[in-house]
Design a protein around this ligand. Structure first.
Ligand SMILES: C[S@@+](CC[C@H](N)C(=O)[O-])C[C@H]1O[C@@H](n2cnc3c(N)ncnc32)[C@H](O)[C@@H]1O
Length: 401
């Protein structure tokens, strides 16, 4: 295949796309091999290389023979004071907090970077200072933009070190003049001296402060502090595999743990009539989005959401002994799940557990508890959510023995 790889002038210092020079089919092979190696001791032994590759399929982006580009629908920048009142924006150089400027990025959705640069230019014009992290002074810390996939909406979040933006109305107008495709702007306040990007306080500056996007047959309201997958085309592949793997049927009850804004559970409920979903998520804003999304999709009677730490929720469920689930879908953060959560799932004894992971290493660790607790691997699939990087997302389906 005639794959022509891309070059990027800041690839070395940015470090975001470490495999940009590697042809896409080779990237996919490397990712599958890495997952195969990680799970080698628990996959059927004695299989040939070909059998093992069939055992663990990888779903790459469908790009018609081209290298994947523009797949990141979320883009972000830190800000820092530059020379003579200018504001620096771009990416942190690998392992440092030094910013390498970026005018456009091949893996980001078209226009995403324009919105981020619009914030820097508007702030320069209005003399709104960038945050100086060495001294804890200045206002503008980060900007994050999320571009719609199924819609033309775009949500821009400006993270500030303090609640007041001088000449706020002009600031918003100037951003909009430079980036007219932005349909909502939010301010998030983060006054902590940490590496965490987002703070706890958020308010709308323009357009209601949230956006709407679509995945599979559902529409989702997304707020500034809610998790939402970065690569929507591959998210649809990932969710379809997870829903299919759970073998859901009418009348079943499903737990969607670490549910974010309720996307997986609601896509499942939309596909399977009479399916009931309970979603658990710890970020309040995301749970508010999930509840609004259930109403938006006509699923409020079948999809309920609990705002809680998933481990505490599971501990309570295990103590009360009242809840029953026919299937559990779990999609924890990179750190993986906890023994308490997994033991709780084992106690509920669902027929199937579908474990979606953005970090196969922690998934492999967590898998052991399921294997020891009476579950077998039914399937393991890899989805490439982040072309040109080493990251692989996996969908592991476990079945009660
Ligand atoms: C990888 S995201 C998956 C979200 C969702 N399934 C999706 O596809 O958009 C993990 C989610 O777990 C949430 N989370 C992280 N730790 C948690 C915990 N201890 N309890 C509940 N939710 C948690 C995060 O806020 C995030 O929304």
């Amino acid at each position: 295949m005639g794959f022509k790889t891309y070059t990027c002038p800041i690839a070395k210092s940015c470090g975001g796309c470490e495999w940009l020079a590697v042809p896409y089919p080779i990237q996919l092979k490397r990712k599958r091999d890495a997952v195969l190696q990680l799970f080698a001791d628990v996959l059927p032994s004695g299989a040939t290389v070909q059998q093992r590759e069939e055992l663990v399929p990888i779903y790459g982006m469908d790009t018609d023979g081209m290298e994947p580009t523009g797949y990141r629908h979320k883009a972000a920048t830190p800000f820092a004071p530059g020379k003579r009142g200018s504001i620096r924006s771009g990416f942190y150089t690998r392992g440092t907090h030094r910013i390498v400027p970026c005018a456009s990025c091949v893996v980001e959705a078209p226009h995403a970077r324009e919105a981020l640069l619009a914030v820097a230019r508007a702030a320069e014009e209005l003399r709104i200072p960038a945050y100086d992290e060495d001294h804890g002074r200045g206002l503008l810390r980060h900007a994050i933009v999320r571009m719609g996939y199924a819609t033309d909406e775009a949500l821009l979040t400006v993270v500030t070190n303090g609640g007041q933006i001088a000449r706020e109305r002009q600031f918003v107008e100037r951003i909009r003049a430079r980036a007219p495709f932005v349909t909502a702007i939010a301010q998030n306040v983060n006054q902590r001296h940490t590496n965490a990007i987002l703070g706890h306080e958020t308010r709308a500056l323009y357009g209601g402060g949230h956006m709407v996007d679509g995945l599979l047959d559902c529409e989702f309201e997304i707020g500034p502090t809610s998790f939402y997958q970065t690569n929507p085309a591959q998210t649809e592949v990932l969710y379809s595999l997870a829903i299919e793997g759970a073998r859901l049927e009418r009348g079943m009850r499903v737990l969607d743990a670490y549910c974010g804004i309720g996307t997986i559970g609601m896509c499942a409920a939309k596909q399977v009539d009479g399916l009931a979903v309970v979603g658990v998520e710890q970020v309040e804003g995301a749970v508010a989005n999930a509840r609004a999304n259930a109403r938006r999709n006509g699923l409020a009677d079948r999809c309920k959401f609990v705002c809680a730490d998933a481990t505490s929720y599971m501990r309570d469920v295990a103590r009360a002994g009242r809840e029953g689930f026919d299937a559990v879908i779990m999609d924890p953060p990179r750190a993986g799940s906890t023994p308490t959560f997994i033991n709780g799932v084992l106690g509920l004894a669902p027929e199937r557990v579908v474990y979606v992971s953005c970090n196969p290493a922690t998934q492999r660790r967590d898998l052991q508890l399921f294997l020891d607790g009476g579950y077998d691997i039914e399937s393991l699939e890899v989805v490439d959510m982040f072309p040109h990087t080493k990251h692989a997302e996996t969908v592991l389906v476990l079945r009660r023995r």
